[in-house]
Design a protein around this ligand. Structure first.
Ligand code: C5P
Length: 241
């Protein structure tokens, strides 16, 4: 696979504060990149309009608002995200199986009715900024990887399309995922980049080799003086297979 094909497995996190900056990044990177992620910062700053604006660039949009609320609220929020045109979205697996299942079913019914492809629904497991000490201080007694596996099983039971986890859990998750169940991983850092607030990190090449379907990368690309070069550096680390 060429580095370009691998870059299609890249999701760039548009963690910036204005629509103008986000649009500029999309225009600069869209030839290389599979999906663009709109998360809490950009959505809070620029609102739903930014989703429509980025979609007008002809790219795939991942709306990462990590919904975590009662089933009815999450279901209705996911429906609004689908109406906006998001291709992929997240909710928190810790919100429970009923919430996940109800959201999945509602999105499916909506897509069938409208004749649109159903957005991909991903369950966030344990954030990549959480380490085992933090997990235990949150009162979760299981080892971290077992908790991620438990949440992944629950997301799968609820009919989700995949999960978000740290790259460190990929070998374990890969063993039991059903065909087509997506493993999406942030926490990607190259050898020389500092980890910021991310704790459980890997390089892009390690994460792809460990079985990731998509890599989410924010700061190493969007804070770079040369985002195109940053993508190349990230994927240049991958030997061409
Ligand atoms: O800048 P950085 O590469 O750390 O950005 C990672 C992105 O992935 C952020 O937008 C963050 O919200 C998101 N994310 C994460 N950990 C998760 C789920 C999403 O870091 N478990």
């Amino acid at each position: 696979m060429s580095p370009d094909a691998k870059a299609k497995q890249l999701i760039v996190a548009l963690d910036v504060s204005t629509q103008e900056k986000a649009t500029e990044l999309v225009r600069t990177l869209k030839a290389q990149v599979g999906y663009f992620k709109i998360g809490l910062q950009l959505f809070t700053a620029a609102g739903p309009t930014v989703v429509r604006k980025i979609l007008q660039e002809g790219v795939q949009v991942f709306l990462d608002l990590k919904f975590h609320d009662i089933p009815n609220t999450v279901t209705q929020a996911a429906l609004e995200a689908a109406r906006l045109g998001a291709h992929m979205m997240t909710l928190h697996s810790l919100g429970g199986e009923v919430m996940m299942k109800q959201t999945r079913e509602t999105l499916q019914e909506y897509s069938l009715r409208e004749g649109w492809p159903c957005p991909k629904l991903l369950g966030v497991t344990i954030l990549t900024s959480i380490d085992p000490q933090m997990l235990s201080s949150l009162g979760i007694a299981h080892p971290l990887d077992q908790e991620v596996l438990r949440l992944a099983r629950s997301a799968q039971e609820a009919g989700l399309d995949g999960i978000v986890s740290s790259p460190r859990e990929l070998p374990l998750l890969r063993q039991e995922r059903p065909k087509g169940f997506l493993l999406v991983t942030p926490g990607i850092r190259s050898g020389e980049t500092k980890g910021d607030d991310q704790r459980r990190t890997m390089t892009a090449s390690e994460a792809l080799a460990a079985g990731a379907d998509f890599l989410v990368v924010g700061r190493p690309i969007v804070q770079s003086q040369d985002p195109v070069q940053a993508v190349q550096t990230l994927f240049g680390e991958i030997p061409i297979g």
